[in-house]
Design a protein around this ligand. Structure first.
Ligand SMILES: Nc1ncnc2c1ncn2[C@@H]1O[C@H](COP(=O)(O)OP(=O)(O)OP(=O)(O)O)[C@@H](O)[C@H]1O
Ligand SMILES: [Mg+2]
Length: 394
């Protein structure tokens, strides 16, 4: 197996995700899902595997929604998928096509030509009728449709910018309505993306959005690989790249440990080892990791964890968040709320206990921090803590 950090990997090369995939299929029997996780942990890889190898009785429709910048583009892209899907079964998206005709559209050689809309394009009607068609026209009624939607929060953020928050709110409400209407017919959605959906929803809440548009879905968290799978992936990559080792097991173990079992970093470390021309040993793995963490070109894009802070928490809270993370990063032990508050008070950076509690909740939700059994805070990922200390001179 060759190292391919961040690239499209062959599904046969996906390691260690069987259990979560089973959990997803089991949950889909009852309800739709939102997959929440840190960036680069392997979400897209998981939903592509769901799409390529569905459990019996399911018909998945995978869509990467990154390219949709308007509600109309989203609705049309869902329609196209539904239409293609139905035409394979020699069926047709009848209701939607009737709607296109009614508004003066035409289908020429399979391509829909719609009139130019003077007001808002009728995205909602298209989305509703496309999904109606999918549910009602399916030939094999025993197969249940499941949309696998990647980059939903990114699409909503794009739509916020282009068309305003009201449209994103309507999309979220419409999707929830669809789950309610057709859930009994078996319709399901799996929603994920590289930005946390909670950030998009809290932006909407600041515009007086009062709904909880995804609380009917179950949040499933993707964790890093378990240690055995991380070692397996590291060993396969070390072998595949013909890196010499005295002990493959020891080298693979070191790669798994230092990568925090993130498959993305495992690929990166092995690639860096290969490019360095070094043998694989505990020392060389450590050497390569340190070099990458210090590299100003930031090959692992870790600076993203720093850059996103003002976007996630707002400019006014940026310094407070940095101070919290700096304090926790520089300690080897987890910190209690009171220890943290005392430290922040002494530097004059933050003295409001309530605000600190609130911020810690958000920072934890964004996977920077975790809480131990005493409720004390520590970095969730030692690799991130290590980089944070190096990057911030702590
Ligand atoms: N289970 C796995 N087995 C082997 N390699 C993996 C696995 N999961 C992810 N990878 C590696 O990690 C890279 C990133 O994975 P993926 O794109 O699925 O992450 P993501 O969580 O969708 O990232 P983002 O947050 O940027 O959307 C892949 O290109 C691949 O190199
Ligand atoms: Mg992804």
């Amino acid at each position: 197996m060759k190292a391919n950090p961040g690239g499209q990997i062959d599904l046969k090369e996906v390691v260690g995700r069987d259990q979560i995939i089973e959990q997803i299929w089991d949950t889909l029997e009852q309800q739709s899902i939102r997959i929440v996780a840190e960036r680069r942990i392997g979400k897209t890889t998981i939903i592509k595997k769901l799409a390529a190898e569905p459990r019996d009785g399911w018909m998945p429709i995978f869509q990467d929604l990154e390219k949709c910048h308007t509600a109309f583009e989203f609705a049309m892209s869902v329609y196209r998928e539904v239409d293609e899907f139905l035409s394979i079964q020699q069926r047709s998206a009848r209701k939607t096509k009737d709607f296109f005709k009614a508004i003066g559209g035409a289908e020429i050689a399979g391509i829909i030509k719609l009139p130019i809309f003077t007001g808002e394009a009728p995205w909602k009607e298209i989305l509703l009728s496309a999904i109606h068609d999918l549910v009602h026209e399916c030939e094999t009624k025993s197969d249940r449709p499941v949309f696998l939607w990647d980059e939903v929060p990114f699409m909503l953020a794009n739509i916020n910018e282009r068309e305003g928050e009201t449209t994103s709110m309507e999309i979220l409400d419409t999707l929830r309505g669809l789950r309610q209407t057709y859930g009994g017919d078996g319709l399901r959605m799996v929603i994920t993306g590289s930005i946390g959906l909670h950030h998009v929803i809290s932006t909407l809440k600041r515009q007086n959005y009062a709904n909880s548009p995804v609380n009917d879905t179950l949040a499933i968290e993707v964790r890093p690989l378990d240690m055995a799978s991380a070692q397996e992936l590291a060993a396969k990559l070390i072998e595949g790249e013909n890196i010499q080792t005295e002990s493959l097991e020891e080298a693979a173990n070191e790669v798994a440990q230092l990568s925090d079992c993130f498959p993305y970093y495992i690929h990166h470390i092995v690639k860096a080892l290969k490019l360095s021309g070094l043998n694989g040993s505990r020392d060389t793995v450590e050497q390569v990791v340190l070099k990458q963490l210090l590299d100003s070109s930031d090959p692992w894009e870790l600076n993203h964890y720093r850059e996103r802070i003002p976007t996630y928490y707002g400019d006014s809270l940026e310094l407070a968040v940095l101070e919290i993370l700096d304090s926790i990063a520089s300690r080897s032990k987890a910190m209690s709320l009171d220890e943290l508050l005392a430290e922040l008070k002494s530097t004059g950076k933050l003295d409001d206990r309530e605000q600190l509690i609130d911020l810690l909740r958000l920072i934890t939700q964004d996977h920077y921090l975790s809480r131990n059994t005493n409720g004390h805070y520590h970095f969730q990922f030692p690799l991130l803590q290590r980089w944070w200390k190096l990057a911030r001179g702590l």
